[in-house]
Design a protein around this ligand. Structure first.
Ligand SMILES: Nc1ncnc2c1ncn2[C@@H]1O[C@H](COP(=O)(O)OP(=O)(O)OP(=O)(O)O)[C@@H](O)[C@H]1O
Ligand SMILES: [Mg+2]
Length: 265
């Protein structure tokens, strides 16, 4: 279970302008639930994921992962509970190291140095099997340096790295946005495969209305740092991308009108 209660974050821009990126976000995510997050540019989606990952401390609110209150924990400490994949396929891996070494590094994250062992034959066999399962022509590339892979192949390996230790929470921030449509589809399929196989609790940000509805069990819409809608079950099943867009527009006007309304008017 992930519990986010009253989460607030205001950024002060270099010019002194204050931007409220999260205004009291409440979100309960059940174990094994796969939640998609949608919203316009600047609506606070990445800020929500970054706050959960501990990139910065929130101004107010509580974040619990499982039974652990991580709100004040530094990023490295909660990293053991969290797997992340970003939009940029170059982030989160070491380009000069081989694919096998990157996987080993991810697997041993947080393990004391003295206990670390090199790449044994059995780990190489295990990685080979895992990579074959991705169907991205990666099984022959174990010894290739990470930097020589295509963007799609990199994201597939990054996804594997993020989930090797079965994190309590998987955070995906537009992890297919920088890929061509075919590679994006492949990565979405792999995401589903990995998330479902290990019943990973997942938050996935996407700009695609179709992806938001087709993937996962639940969709939240963010707007100006708030959760504007939270859709699941039969209500969500009956929606297509057009409905979602219309819903979003209506809700936005409702709150913007409410905000613009003069007192007593
Ligand atoms: N580190 C930061 N410093 C200053 N302002 C920030 C910082 N991070 C985010 N913001 C601001 O907070 C607001 C929310 O940004 P955020 O990145 O969460 O939006 P987003 O929904 O992920 O948008 P996008 O769809 O473009 O990725 C924006 O106005 C952004 O400029
Ligand atoms: Mg973002």
């Amino acid at each position: 279970m992930i519990e986010i209660i009253g989460l607030e974050k205001t950024f002060v821009q270099p010019g002194g302008e204050r931007v409220i990126a999260l205004r009291g976000v409440d979100l309960l995510i059940k174990s094994g639930e796969f939640v998609t997050v949608i919203g316009m540019n600047g609506s606070g989606k990445s800020t929500l994921l970054n706050a959960v990952a501990g990139t910065f401390l929130p101004d107010a609110g509580t974040i619990r992962i499982g039974n652990i209150d991580v709100t004040r924990q530094p990023e490295f400490q909660r990293a053991a509970l969290i797997g992340r994949v970003f939009q940029d396929p170059f982030k989160g891996t070491c380009p000069s190291m081989s694919v096998a070494e990157n996987l080993r590094m991810a697997e041993l994250r947080g393990v004391r140095r003295g206990l670390r062992v090199g790449l044994s034959h059995s780990s190489l066999e295990r990685y080979h099997a895992l990579l074959s399962g991705l169907k991205m022509r990666l099984e022959g590339r174990l010894q290739a340096s990470m930097g020589t892979l295509s963007g799609g192949q990199r994201q597939a390996v990054t996804l594997l790295m993020a989930t090797l230790r079965r994190p309590q929470l998987l955070l995906l921030d537009e992890h297919t946005a920088a890929l061509d449509p075919r590679a994006a589809d492949q990565i979405i399929n792999i995401t589903n495969q990995v998330v479902r196989e290990h019943a990973l609790t997942t938050l996935m940000v996407t700009h695609s209305m179709e992806q938001a509805l087709e993937q996962g069990d639940r969709t939240i819409m963010m707007h100006r740092g708030e959760v504007l809608a939270d859709l699941s079950g039969t209500e969500r099943e009956g929606l297509n991308a057009g409905d979602l867009l219309q819903r979003f527009t209506e809700l936005r006007y409702t709150i913007e009108f409410a905000v613009a309304k003069p007192p007593g008017g």
